[in-house]
Design a protein around this ligand. Structure first.
Ligand code: NAP
Length: 198
């Protein structure tokens, strides 16, 4: 097994996973010389309403990444009871990879909310942050005292969001190429996102 010295951690609700997530992970891997990007679907994303249940969200990530040897997916947040706190995930990863540097990959919305996260003040000790910009989402924070070190990611702007994908499924419009074909098939087969608010 390849030794992991630099581990990217791509946390998200992934409701559903889409090309914005995958391209951000791929670019982070290349630009920051990461040995692996670990996708960690949130079990109970307590600051968000989830539309698909955790097992469906996990399966969609698995289907999306399985052909890429740089990527892996973890059940650690799905299997943990209670609200999903990123700090607890990072502490577990620190224990399982004691020699690895951790890089949490996140977008501008999540970054702006970072100070509201459980034990925000402990994040800087465990991880650096790779910031993926999304068109239409202004980057209003660039860190400061007590914040983890933030590295901007360069990527082609991808305007896709999970909200847009869900709205298209509900409206019976194509979401082809916004999400990988196998993920779209799972969404169709299981009737996900057909009803309710996007
Ligand atoms: P998400 O919607 O599934 O998205 C995952 C990440 O991908 C987000 O940071 C998002 O950026 C980014 N992204 C989405 N579309 C993109 C695009 N087109 N181009 C580039 N980047 C894109 O996940 P989320 O619900 O925001 O959760 C993010 C992480 O924060 C999760 O791991 C969650 O558990 C964690 N979190 C932790 C706490 C806590 O520990 N207390 C609280 C809240 C969230 P945007 O931010 O711009 O959407």
């Amino acid at each position: 097994m390849k030794r992991i010295g630099r581990l990217g951690v791509m946390g998200g609700t992934f409701d559903p996973i889409h090309i914005g997530h995958l391209i951000a992970a791929s670019e982070a891997c290349s630009q920051f010389k990461l040995d692996q990007v670990l996708f960690v679907p949130a079990g109970d994303p307590w600051q968000k309403r989830e539309h698909a249940d955790p097992e469906d969200r996990f399966l969609m990530v698995e289907l999306a990444i399985e052909a890429d040897p740089r990527f892996a997916v973890s059940r650690m947040e799905i299997d943990r009871k209670g609200p999903t706190y990123t700090i607890e995930t990072l502490e577990l990863l620190r224990r399982s990879h004691p020699d690895a540097e951790l890089f949490f990959i996140t977008g501008a919305d999540a970054l702006a909310l970072l100070p509201s996260w459980y034990r925000f003040e402990d994040l800087a000790e465990l991880t650096e942050v790779i910031l993926a910009a999304r068109p239409g989402v202004e980057v209003t924070v660039v860190g400061g005292p007590g914040w983890p070190k933030i590295h901007p990611l360069e990527m082609v702007p991808i305007g896709v969001s999970s909200t847009i994908v869900r709205a298209r499924i509900r409206a019976d419009e194509p979401a082809n190429y916004m999400v990988p074909a196998r993920v779209l098939k799972h969404i169709g087969d299981s009737g996900l996102y057909r009803d309710g608010a996007a």
